[in-house]
Design a protein around this ligand. Structure first.
Ligand SMILES: [Fe+2]
Ligand SMILES: [Fe+2]
Length: 146
């Protein structure tokens, strides 16, 4: 049995969480070069995740339900907040600012966890209800995350 839309996206959340944990660990140790490599891997994976949701999943949900000013609008707004925090993390890393990196990292992690929880418990199930088992959509989402 192949994975569902919700499972594929939830698995990718976990992969992103693990990438972040490595970046945070290296930065906490003051190993800035390695932290930089890990942060890049994390933000690249997140960039793929956020843009796949914004360009593939959310438009499909919006088209199927006619709902544009609801949950997907909130999720898009939170994506922008996350992107801003990724910028702050990159700046703190470039400056080897441990306190700044830790502070931005804590804010980012709380926001990302709340965001992902809302998606996993509300939006992804709502997408599955609205879109059914759309194999072509699932394929486009999986391809976007890679
Ligand atoms: Fe999202
Ligand atoms: Fe997500």
């Amino acid at each position: 049995m192949s994975a569902s839309l919700s499972e594929v996206l939830t698995e990718h959340h976990k992969a992103c969480d693990e990438a972040w944990a490595l970046a945070e660990e290296r930065a906490g140790e003051g190993r800035w070069d390695e932290a930089g490599v890990q942060l890049k891997a994390f933000t690249a994976a997140m960039a793929r995740h956020l843009s796949t949701e914004e360009t593939v999943l959310f438009p499909a949900f919006e088209a199927a339900t006619g709902i544009r000013g609801g949950p997907t609008l909130v999720m898009r707004f939170e994506h922008d907040q996350l992107r801003q925090l990724f910028g702050e993390l990159a700046a703190a890393l470039a400056a080897k600012d441990g306190a700044g990196f830790a502070g931005a990292g804590e804010t980012m992690l709380v926001l990302m966890q709340q965001h992902n929880t809302k998606e996993e418990h509300m939006l992804y199930p709502a997408c599955e209800r609205a879109l059914g088992s759309d194999a072509a959509l699932l394929e486009r989402v999986a391809a976007g995350l890679k």
